[in-house]
Write a protein that binds this ligand. Structure first.
Ligand SMILES: Nc1nc2c(ncn2[C@@H]2O[C@H](COP(=O)(O)OP(=O)(O)OP(=O)(O)O)[C@@H](O)[C@H]2O)c(=O)[nH]1
Ligand SMILES: [Mg+2]
Length: 321
């Protein structure tokens, strides 16, 4: 009853809060691993010395922030401590957060998809098997639909019949059309069909699922590049977005995959899934600060609302505070 009398901006604030709460709860393990351990460490020191920096370095590296990024952070922290004559260990954390925020801002990565009003977009979703490609596509379809966009899915993972069925279920759930063919069909030709259909129906956003596993890695990369050539040739007027899906629970493997996909073709951004299942969410900083790839969406649970738009400020807040 009370809800009826709430104005629009109050409702928006509530949405924002519940959104932030979901993010916070999904990142609990990483927060305990980073913020929790840093708090404990700093509380146990009365002065700032090399040993403190060493222990801090250990915490950051163990959370998969990456050796290079951690080294840079610690070096900058040391010079700030010296320059500002900081002696109280408790100040270290806020300085670390400041440095992290500045570094992320400096990278100037684009966290939103390449979507423009009045222009179609085609999103090619790639990644190895099991990382969360198909479910992320389903969640994105629901999100775009809610935003008033027309969406169509393309089942270009023709490796298994179950993959086509799974995407069809998501299309039904999101109430959006899907273009598919039978198991074993040429993925690039399914994408070709999808593009023709999207053009004729004036679809705003066409999202293509792809296989994560082919007979070998070279095969997979060749297939993806073939699909990209079809997209360039058949849909020159569309904005293109290649989204690499990575599973945060796989830690360093996720980093290796990012390197391999980046080498094989251009990646516009990362959808990082399953952050709720890991204490090593520091991988977000590694991907962005070391690999220079934007994180665009983060998965913090299995529900539709658990795939969220990434932004630096909220993420840093959730991890460090
Ligand atoms: N907890 C959690 N589970 C997730 C998240 N994202 C995806 N999953 C789960 O991960 C599993 C694999 O997801 P899929 O979408 O089928 O992965 P895929 O990359 O399409 O896999 P293949 O088609 O086999 O290559 C599913 O059980 C999803 O529910 C997330 O953010 N959090
Ligand atoms: Mg799949």
């Amino acid at each position: 009853m009370f809800n009826l009398f709430k104005n629009k901006s109050e409702k928006k604030d509530e949405n924002k809060i519940s959104f932030f709460e979901r993010l916070k709860s999904g990142l609990t393990n990483t927060r305990n691993n980073i913020s929790g351990k840093i708090d404990k460490l700093l509380a146990s020191y009365t002065k700032i010395d090399q040993e403190l920096f060493d222990e801090l370095e250990y915490i950051l590296v163990s959370a998969d922030i990456g050796a290079n990024v951690t080294m840079e952070l610690i070096d900058e922290l040391k010079s700030v401590v010296k320059l500002q004559r900081i002696t109280d260990p408790k100040i270290i954390k806020e300085k670390l957060i400041e440095i992290m925020n500045t570094k992320l801002k400096e990278k100037n990565l684009k966290h939103s998809f390449n979507i423009e009003q009045g222009k179609p977009t085609i999103i090619l979703v790639v990644g190895v098997n099991g990382v969360g490609k198909t479910t992320s596509i389903g969640k994105l379809a629901c999100k775009f639909k809610k935003e008033g966009k027309s969406v169509m899915l393309v089942a270009a993972d023709t490796f298994r019949a179950a993959a086509i069925e799974q995407l069809t279920e998501w299309a039904n759930r999101a109430n959006v059309p899907i273009v598919s063919n039978k198991e074993g069909a040429d993925p690039a030709s399914v994408v070709f069909d999808g593009i023709q259909s999207a053009k004729s129906k004036n679809i705003d956003i066409l999202i293509c699922d792809t296989a994560g596993r082919l007979h070998n890695k070279k095969n997979l990369m060749n297939e993806l590049n073939k699909i990209k050539r079809i997209i360039d040739r058949e849909y020159p007027q569309a904005n293109k977005e290649v989204s690499l899906v990575l599973d945060a629970t796989t830690g360093q493997n996720a980093i290796i995959q990012a390197k391999e996909f980046k080498e094989a073709s251009d990646i516009d951004g990362v959808i990082l899934t399953k952050l709720d299942g890991t204490a090593k969410g520091g991988v977000v900083f590694n991907i962005q600060l070391d690999m220079q790839i934007a994180v665009k969406q983060i998965g913090v649970g299995e529900k539709i609302e658990d795939l969220q738009d990434y932004n630096d400020e909220d993420f840093v807040n959730c991890i460090f505070n």
